[in-house]
Structures are given as structure tokens and as C-alpha cells.
Design a protein around this ligand. Sequence first.
Ligand code: IMP
Length: 194
Amino acid sequence: MLYRIVMATNNQNKLREAKKILSPLGIDVISQKDAGVHCDPNENGQTFEENAKIKAGAVYDIAKQPVIADDSGLCVDILDGRPGVYSARYAPDGEKCSKLLDEMKDIPDEKRMAYFECCIAFIDENGECHTFSGRCEGKIGYEEKGTNGFGYDPVFVSGDKTLAEMSADEKNKISHRGAAMRELYKYLKESYGE
Ligand code: IMP
């Protein structure tokens, strides 16, 4: 049985979400800081999977215990998948949505499709890496709506609301990160569950 996984992040939202999903398996998820690991790897991969592996590998090399890392972003069809792996660097927080709305201002409704993608890399106790992905399909709206969530949530429409208009539980059920986490959960349950 696995008892503890280090998460290659200091983001408390990601940590809380992972703890919630993996605690029924008796697995405790701790932050890299609490594991005494200080590193800031260069996320220079071309894909979410490459970046998740880079982050997990950097922490595993120091901690030498099971690690998970995730990488995610928004891909807009009409922008050829941008901002994609550059989602965090596209604009400062607080300006991401307005910059995207500006880029999309002349794009008609039927061409506003987009999706969030998340890849989770899990490095097990033998140093082997396994990856799990999830997607959340939707559209870019015309204005910012809602105050929950973060990043591009206020302009990402799924069904009849934006992700920022949903509760955390509602978003978790349909989100890219929730889907990837559930895949990881299934794998850990099959491999380590009693
Ligand atoms: P990272 O996975 O922490 O590198 O995040 C990449 C960037 O993608 C974040 O800074 C956000 O701007 C964006 N992003 C990833 N997931 C979400 C989400 O669930 N909602 C809104 N924005 C997101």
C-alpha cells in the first residue's frame, strides 16, 4: 500500500483537491514544501505531458518517494490551440481573460470552441512514470462572468454557465483536472488498493 504521495506544487487549491480525491484510498498527499523539497524546474516542454513529467521528475530526484505533478492549460481552436502550454504566461493574472476576449472579439459563436486539458504524471516507488489526462470541452464567452475559480474560468462556458459561476464540486465533476485525477484514482486503487 502507498501511504504518502508528494505533490509537486505549493498551490493550496491543487493540494486540497488531490487530498480530497485520494484520501478515501488512505493516501496522504503532502506539498513539496512539507516534504522539504525546494526546486523550480524549467517547464520548457512542448506538451502538458512533457511539463508534468519535468515537474514530477525534478521533485522525485530530490525526495526519492512517490510524486504527482500536474500541468494544464486552455486550448482555443480558432487560435490553433493557443495559449496551450503558455496559458500561465499568456498575461498576468487578472489580465488573462480580458486579453483573450480582445483576441476573440470578432470571432462568431460557432468558432469559439475551446478546451482545458490537464495531464498528471505519477512517479511510483520504483521511479516509474505513469501519466493520466483529462479534458473539459466548452466555448469562450463574450464577457467575464462569475467570481469563483481562477485563471480563465470567468470566460470558459460549459453548458449554460462559466466555470467561475459553478461551485467547486460542480466544476470538479466536469473539469479536466477532476477527470485526470479520477483516472489516477482508478489506477492507484487497482494497483495499491486492498
Ligand atoms: P499550471 O497547470 O499550474 O501550469 O497552470 C496553467 C495555467 O492554465 C494556469 O495559470 C491558468 O491560467 C490556466 N488554467 C489551468 N487550469 C485552469 C482551470 O481549471 N481554470 C482556469 N484556468 C486554468
